[in-house]
Design a protein around this ligand. Structure first.
Ligand code: SAH
Ligand code: MG
Length: 201
């Protein structure tokens, strides 16, 4: 992994206003991944590949990340970036809408990182649960969405997103088979640990 290239890519993404994972969020995820040493990671929302490249550091030998992105230009940029950083054998990008791609996947993942359309989080959760290993962890970024989610403000133009993020949080906190913490890092990170030895579906 070429760290200098990764840093350049990060700076360019920030300049281009691409919503890459925030530093304090990444710090938390790093810790979780370091402890977990995942073999398989699924990411929903690649953008230009920044978070996937960061996560690839913590994969087990021969581990792999699958990541999904629907914006063609971003997919192209991500592929170039991943090549530059030297991690292309660890990251597989699916180009297309996750709503269509997820149902076609049938793998088991140690970690799922949800970081795409906020209005689709409940659907992404359902698909993630179907593919989790028994002691897997689901991470969801932006769950507090600038504070809208925990306030009683309902008139915002993003109210569909807010409603669906609330539904996501409700599901992961009330489901007895999942242990969830909502962390106030970055734009809000939900860390949901699947309880071992339970059958979810
Ligand atoms: N995880 C990246 C940032 C992702 S930004 C990082 O931290 O570096 C969110 C991305 O999700 C955007 O590039 C957007 O195009 C993509 N996206 C949003 N909804 C999607 C969907 N339904 N399917 C696939 N990609 C989606
Ligand atoms: Mg995000």
């Amino acid at each position: 992994m070429i760290k200098e290239e990764l840093e350049k890519i990060k700076q360019k993404a920030l300049n281009d206003h691409i919503p890459i994972i925030m530093d304090d969020t990444l710090e938390v995820v790093d810790k979780i991944l370091r402890e977990k040493k995942p073999e398989r990671i699924l990411e929903i929302g690649t953008a230009i590949g920044y978070s996937a490249m960061c996560f690839s550091e913590y994969l087990q030998k021969d581990g792999k990340i699958d990541t999904i992105e629907r914006d063609e230009e971003r997919v192209q940029e991500a592929r170039i970036n991943i090549e530059k950083v030297g991690v292309s054998e660890k990251i597989n990008i699916y180009f297309g809408d996750a709503v269509e791609i997820l149902p076609t996947l049938d793998e088991k993942y140690d970690i799922v990182f949800i970081d795409a359309a906020k209005g689709k989080y409940p659907f992404f959760l359902k698909e993630a649960l179907r593919m989790m290993k028994p002691d897997g962890i689901i991470l969801a970024d932006n769950v507090l969405y600038k504070g809208y989610v925990m306030s009683d403000y309902n008139k915002h133009k993003q109210r569909t997103a807010v409603r669906n993020l609330r539904e996501y949080i409700k599901e992961v906190t009330q489901n007895p088979n999942i242990e969830t913490e909502i962390l106030e890092v970055g734009d809000g990170l939900a860390v949901s640990r699947i309880r071992k030895n339970v059958c979810i579906m």
